[in-house]
Design a protein. Structure first.
Length: 184
């Protein structure tokens, strides 16, 4: 698999969700918004504006965006949620639902994509592990936070073409289950 790094950022997951979109100003209709069925499948929105569920709420997550020519190795991730995504302009933005400006912005070829939200350490937030880097109480810098792979974090693989399956395609109970077969 060949991956091209497109960007990374610390993103605040408000209301248990991260967003990938073509236009950050998109307004989600009631029909596109969350419902019980959409919560169960792990995502909501429209093809140009996808909201994907996280496990830890009101917490920062490290998020990386990579363009890839194939899906991620499912055995290496605790959870993988796949969404269909369309960008007519080629613009791709990753952000929180409450952000005015995207945290990550990139350009890809216009068209249809499968985006795989691959996650590790579900539900592990920075406060439960003591984000404070020392007794002085300072918050970790973005550089320090990026190195902390013991918090819930995400790598988004954007792959050209329509996905064959959308929703949660891997959902393991704990990081220790990685490498086992089945979906949890």
């Amino acid at each position: 698999m060949t991956d091209k790094f497109l960007g990374a950022a610390r993103i605040f997951a408000s209301h248990y969700q991260l967003v990938i979109c073509e236009d950050p100003r998109y307004i989600v209709s009631d029909a596109e918004n969350w419902s019980d069925d959409k919560i169960a499948r792990g995502y909501a929105g429209a093809s140009a504006f996808r909201m994907v569920r996280t496990e830890a709420h009101l917490n920062d997550h490290w998020v990386e965006l990579v363009a890839s020519n194939s899906p991620p190795d499912l055995e290496k991730w605790q959870r993988v949620t796949c969404v269909d995504f369309v960008t007519v302009s080629g613009n791709v933005h990753v952000m929180s639902v409450i952000d005015d400006e995207p945290s990550i912005s990139a350009t890809v070829e216009p068209g249809e994509y499968a985006v795989y939200f691959a996650a590790q350490n579900l539900g592990v937030d920075q406060l439960s592990l003591g984000e404070l880097k020392d007794k002085g109480g300072d918050e970790l810098t973005d550089e320090e936070f990026a190195l902390r792979k013991d918090f819930e974090w995400y790598r988004l693989f954007i792959v050209r073409g329509r996905p064959t399956q959308c929703g949660r395609i891997v959902d393991r109970q704990s990081p220790g289950d990685i490498g086992t077969t089945g979906n949890g």
